[in-house]
Each structure stands twice: as C-alpha cells, then as structure tokens.
Design a protein around this ligand. Structure first.
Ligand SMILES: Nc1ncnc2c1ncn2[C@@H]1O[C@H](COP(=O)(O)OP(=O)(O)OP(=O)(O)O)[C@@H](O)[C@H]1O
Ligand SMILES: [Mg+2]
Length: 282
C-alpha cells in the first residue's frame, strides 16, 4: 500500500522498508503491518492529542515521571511547551513500559524502536502466522478460559513485581497468540508505587479478567485475586511465584487487648528501671 504520511520519515530513514497494510484504527492509534528487511513487524502510530481523549485523565498521568522541574511546571500550567512535553511523555510511556515488562519476563510485544511518534514492535501472530485475534474475538472452552485466566493472573503479578499496573486491561487489549495470551496497549500504564489510584486500577484490571473468563468458566466468578494481590504487594510479600488462593478475607481478627496491655506495661516497667539506674549513677 502507499505509505501514510506519518510513516514516511521511518521509510526514508530506513527503519522500515515497506508498509503492507493497515491492521486497525483504534481510539488512540493507527496500527500497520510493515516490513523490516525480511521481518514483518507492527507499527503503532499515535494520534495527535486532539484526536484522543479519555485516557489522559488524572488517574493515569498522576506522578508520571518527567525529566525536569521546568517540564513539570510547564505541564501543570498547560503552556505549549507543557502540552508538547505531556504529549511526548504519553507517547513514550508505552515503549518504556514494554521495555520494563519484557525485562521482567512478561509476555508483551517485543519493542524495536520508537521514532517520530511511531512505535515499532513485534507483530503478535497466531498459529498460521496471521495477526493474532483479540481475546474478545475468540470463543473459549471452560478449560481454555481457566488456563488463560491463570496465565494472565501470573502476568499481572509479574507486572506488579516490576512496579507496573496496566490500567486498561481487558479482552480488548489482550491478543491470543500461538504461544498464549499477550498483553498489549500500554500507554496508560501506571507506576504502582507513586499513584494514589493504583490499588483501584489493579483491582479493576483483575476484575475485568474475572468477568470476561467467568463467562466461559463461571467458577471463576467466585474468585477475588485482585484484592489478594494488592494486599500482598502492599505488605511486601508479592513475588512472581507466590501461591495465590483467589480468596480474600479482610483481616477481622479481634485485637488481643490483653497482650497489648502487657506490652505497654512491660515498656513502662523497663523505662522505670532505666530511670532508677540513671538516678543511682548520679
Ligand atoms: N503488536 C501487535 N501485534 C498484532 N496486532 C496488534 C499489535 N498491537 C496492536 N495490534 C492490533 O491493533 C489493535 C489496536 O491496538 P491498541 O489496542 O494498542 O491501540 P488503541 O488505539 O488503544 O486501540 P483501541 O482504542 O481499540 O484499544 C489491537 O486491538 C490489535 O488488534
Ligand atoms: Mg487497545
């Protein structure tokens, strides 16, 4: 096909050799199949800020790392420099997240390049080598639903161990590749440690998985992995291979008041003894 304007500079600079076809036009980006040497890859062309909208809500941009305080001030004030900085931060957030997650062993498309607002990455394919379908476009047996759900809970845990929450995880942003589910679409990914909405977003992501896979495997509807995962993360107990139960119970054990009083008494007695020793020395 004739190369669209936004891909011309990549052609001229030799990052890609040909544009094969348009794959999708989503809400925030246009996705193309491209050739690079003898490899087929995927090019995600971000739309301009004015053509996007909903995901730049404060939830997501809160605490997004910016390079310096001038940038941060400009972004806060909404000057043109600020808007440009915000735009660049938004677009590069996805490639940053892909690198971070690939390094943490999460199955995401392998990123190759980010140039002029275009992300070049691995084309995720099915068993026939065709672009992989979204989970939403496949029919699953109960058994397959349970298996993919378990895989994806593991991926969510691995992501959180790397400090990342997807923030928009659903059957529309997961592809079913020949080797299993692949998580895509990460420009809104959230830094788990620095965002007040992190817990809510993690739980929402996990609840989306439960709702979707629960249609094919209703037993999953009883599970509550999201809160369990978050509780472990918050207490420093989350590791990639931590066993999960899928159940979450608020810790409602009655505080052992007597034991607490004993502790306080002990501390008071110790303090008194210390003071008496000091007096004896004086
Ligand atoms: N690496 C990839 N390999 C194969 N297909 C891909 C890849 N990345 C994206 N796609 C296809 O392009 C579609 C849109 O990609 P993506 O979700 O990243 O963009 P988006 O603009 O946020 O889209 P939407 O608004 O539909 O969520 C995906 O649903 C998928 O079908
Ligand atoms: Mg998407």
């Amino acid at each position: 096909m004739k190369a669209p304007q936004r891909l011309r500079s990549l052609l001229e600079e030799g990052f890609i050799d040909a544009v094969v076809r348009q794959l999708m036009s989503g809400k925030e980006a246009m996705v193309y199949v491209v050739r690079c040497g003898d490899e087929t890859r995927c090019a995600k062309v971000y739309k301009e800020a004015t053509q996007r909208s909903f995901r730049q809500a404060v939830d997501y941009t809160e605490n997004r790392k910016v390079k310096n305080t001038r940038q941060a001030r400009a972004m806060a004030k909404g000057t043109r420099f600020g808007r440009e900085a915000q735009e660049a931060a938004w677009q590069s957030a996805e490639v940053d997240a892909l690198h971070r997650l690939a390094a943490a062993g999460v199955r995401v498309p392998k990123p190759f390049n980010f140039h002029d607002g275009v992300l070049l990455m691995e084309l995720v394919v099915d068993a026939d080598g065709a672009a992989a379908p979204r989970l939403n476009d496949v029919t699953l047996t109960a058994e397959a639903a349970r298996a993919h759900h378990a895989t994806l809970i593991g991926e969510v845990v691995r992501m959180l161990c790397a400090g990342v929450i997807h923030g928009d995880l659903s059957e529309f942003n997961i592809l079913l590749a020949a080797d299993g589910p692949v998580i895509i679409d990460l420009p809104q990914a959230v830094d788990a440690a620095g965002n007040n909405h992190a817990a809510r977003m993690l739980v929402r992501d996990v609840d989306n998985l439960r709702r979707f896979f629960g249609r094919a495997a209703p037993s999953l509807l009883e599970t509550d992995y999201g809160k369990e995962i978050w509780a472990l993360y918050e207490t420093g107990g989350l590791t990639a291979d931590v066993p999960l139960t899928g159940r979450f119970e608020q810790d409602e054990r009655v505080v052992d008041l007597e034991a607490v009083m004993r502790e306080i008494d002990d501390a008071r007695l110790e303090d008194e003894a210390r003071r008496m020793r000091l007096q004896a020395l004086a």
